[in-house]
Design a protein around this ligand. Structure first.
Ligand code: CAA
Length: 258
């Protein structure tokens, strides 16, 4: 499948989605959201796909929602279309892991798209920010909520109220990204992590993802209980037998996703 705003390829169980609107620094237009939703639907439906990587260019992961598209819109348009809701919901309900590989600008909706992913690996030239305040608006794809959970109230407030950008080192210190790598290694590092995930039991991977997600949605007691129940349930899968047998027999496991 080919797209106007994305380049998508699947290899060794990993779908790599490259945002491709270089003329607009990968600004997230409605067309891009539709393409991204289609590409994720295809990745979700394909059993051979075990992990997704979303990336951009060396200059920009994405410089935000498309300001030129939004500029003439009215409140009735935005509310009526439930602007951004469908695209964000597609990622929020995606069951396989999604890694954001971020180089350059991840601003506004670009920062929010990265935070919607399961983890962020960034290049040393990455810049994160929620500069919507400069446009007289506010984040609209979860930025005020997710950035605050990632980096805490003080830093999130400062960034959202002033539009200040965070560089890669600060993003790593603040816990926004899992790690920083040299720009030239970014795609390789993200693909290596994705291929490792793709080699594991897909059922176990999905359950592990659900468990970590629950940490944001539940109390500690409820979250720990959910974790224990899901952990117990993993013993219903052949992959648990295979994974533990392979360890005991000192061989590589052959997970079947059963
Ligand atoms: N939407 C539409 N077009 C954009 C864009 C955006 N978010 N960001 C950049 N572009 C376009 C520019 O208009 C420019 O196009 P033209 O050549 O046709 O003029 C092209 O991309 C290159 O951009 P610049 O010339 O500005 O590049 P630069 O290197 O000088 O600056 C930048 C880079 C600092 C990222 C600057 O482009 C910028 O500030 N962009 C806007 C960032 C922003 O405000 N993002 C938030 C958007 S609102 C949002 O995302 C709402 C939400 O939460 C959902």
């Amino acid at each position: 499948m080919s797209y106007e705003t994305l380049i998508v390829e699947t290899n060794e169980g990993v779908t790599l989605i490259r945002l491709n609107r270089p003329q607009a620094l990968n600004a997230l237009s409605s067309e891009l959201w539709t393409d991204l939703t289609d590409a994720l639907n295809a990745a979700e439906a394909d059993d051979a796909v075990r992990c997704v990587v979303i990336t951009g260019s060396a200059k920009a992961f994405a410089a935000g929602a498309d300001i030129k598209e939004m500029q003439p819109k009215s409140y009735a348009d935005m509310f009526g279309e439930n602007f951004f809701a469908a695209g964000a919901a597609r990622i929020e309900s995606f069951r396989k892991p999604i890694i954001a590989a971020v180089a350059g600008y991840a601003l506004g909706g670009g920062c929010e798209l990265a935070m919607l992913c399961d983890f962020i690996i960034c290049a040393d030239n990455a810049k994160f920010g929620q500069p919507e305040i400069n446009l007289g608006v506010a984040p609209g794809i979860g930025g005020t909520q997710r950035l605050t959970r990632f980096v805490g109230k003080s830093k999130a407030m400062e960034m959202i109220l002033t539009g200040r950008m965070m560089d890669a080192a600060e993003a790593e210190r603040a816990g926004l990204v899992s790690r920083v790598v040299p720009l030239d290694d970014l795609e390789n590092e993200a693909m290596t992590a994705a291929k490792k995930i793709a080699s594991l039991s897909p059922l176990s991977v999905m359950m592990n993802k659900e468990m970590v997600e629950a940490a944001y949605e539940t109390t500690l007691t409820q979250g720990v209980k959910l974790e224990r129940r899901l952990f117990h349930s993993l013993f219903a899968f052949d992959d648990q037998k295979e994974g533990m047998a392979a360890f005991v027999e000192k061989r590589k496991p052959d997970f079947k996703g059963r």
